[in-house]
Design a protein around this ligand. Sequence first.
Ligand SMILES: NC(=O)c1ccc[n+]([C@@H]2O[C@H](COP(=O)([O-])OP(=O)(O)OC[C@H]3O[C@@H](n4cnc5c(N)ncnc54)[C@H](O)[C@@H]3O)[C@@H](O)[C@H]2O)c1
Ligand SMILES: N[C@@H](CCC=O)C(=O)O
Length: 515
Amino acid sequence: MVLSYKHEPFTDFTNIENQKAFEKALQDVHSQLGKDYPLVIGGERITTDEKITSINPADKEEVIGTVSKANKELAEKAMQTALRTFETWKKWDPEARANILFRAAAILRRRKHEFSSYLVKEAGKPWREADADTAEAIDFLEYYARQMVKLKSGVPVESREGEINKFNYIPLGVGVIISPFNFPLAIMAGTTVAAIVAGNTVLLKPANNTPVVAAKFVEVMEEAGLPNGVLNYIPGSGSEIGDYLVDHPKTRFVSFTGSREVGCRIYERAAKVHPGQIWLKRVIAEMGGKDTVVVDKDADIDLAVSSIVYSAFGFSGQKCSAGSRAVIHEDVYDEVLEKAVALTKTLTVGNPEDVNNYMGPVIDQAAYNKIMKYIGIGKEEGRLMCGGEGDDSKGYFIQPTIIADVDEKARLMQEEIFGPVVAFCKARGFDHMMEIANNTDYGLTGALISNNREHIERARTEFHVGNLYFNRGCTGAIVGYQPFGGFNMSGTDSKAGGPDYLILHMQAKTTGEML
Ligand SMILES: NC(=O)c1ccc[n+]([C@@H]2O[C@H](COP(=O)([O-])OP(=O)(O)OC[C@H]3O[C@@H](n4cnc5c(N)ncnc54)[C@H](O)[C@@H]3O)[C@@H](O)[C@H]2O)c1
Ligand SMILES: N[C@@H](CCC=O)C(=O)O
């Protein structure tokens, strides 16, 4: 019997045994660095001359691995393989497909610290963030497997006398999975296995900064018994193979997580019907955010401060859910600001291999340059209270930065920075707070810190975000507990880790039989 779903607990790193185990895993992973990873198409390992070199963002000299790079011909080979494999995979008993996910979850759980160590090395995640990323990947496997078992017999519909009507879900076909660098295990794995367990075959194109952890995950799925050709691993250039596969007439759906710019491009291209295409493509596009922590007049100030600071600076602000705006009632603004600056100054920045560092680097030179440019803009749009400095000599380190007194319409309050920068903005009252909270193109996450019941209830309907939290920060959704996805330009609100998610990867079929 399958036990009911419970999310994977996080590792307690204050426990010395856990600390030692993680240090050992880091050493083991260190000894594995620099390997070469081939493409995997139909189980065949294909090595190309052209490579993606994955480096450690905390130490540019350290190569995590080199990864073969698919071109259009190889993407086409992967498509043909996935199309062929779909004909058999779609007929598998959904429960048997779910069993592969359960087994993969068990393997990942046994190798938890190893995977988290790859996340420390390849993505620059501090231990706790890496551990949470691996736990979330396990959660996705466990949760979607159970969801598939629930959906396998469809949903009951009514029948009149003399007929039997049924309503079942069947798979779609070949899906293209395009994942971001910032949850290189959880989002990559979650989007991939949701499509697979629903009976589809997939082409996985991971982010170019983090392809090694994806290659390791493909090995886990093979070990768990996934038949060859169901999951095809094809890292490559987004603009080359990404465009090619999004445009492909045999692509049935695209599951994308990443920036608004790329998401909109995919959405638009996927809408065009190409010669030989006999369906309208489905697109799941989960994109950026400009997320707000709102602090009410009668809030618990210390809770407000920690919610702002940890939502803004966890994983150096490189979360779509990051609280990059703090909107604070004018009566408590100065106090919250002062305390937030003091707390931020205690945060340590450095190599994430050291458990004592709260923040590691940002992902690459382009991200570093972009964030530093925004800090420059912030200095003009507001008052620099702390941080503001960066050092890209060894890795891409940026100090956690608070910019105060920013106008609600300023660029710092409107544009996704995706780095450790938070803008503080003063509000006149609750109406004004809600107005500011809703004044961006996005609508992903938000938090209200308040002890005013009427304001909490008003925010429940007026604060227009896909994930709204009260009296806590705005990051850290848990699979199965807080299904995740946003409104407006944050995407298609697919709600990863939620009860509707798998259905997006299937089509419903009605049958009616006369007796
Ligand atoms: N809403 C969410 O659930 C969610 C979750 C994580 C990250 N994000 C967002 O992702 C962004 C950060 O991730 P990123 O920098 O990896 O995003 P990105 O858009 O730069 O890249 C995402 C993926 O798209 C690929 N890509 C690039 N060009 C492409 C093209 N023309 N066709 C197809 N694929 C292409 C990339 O290679 C990568 O695999 C942020 O904006 C963040 O808010 C959103
Ligand atoms: N689901 C994550 C964010 C994913 C995007 O980066 C959270 O809730 O913090």
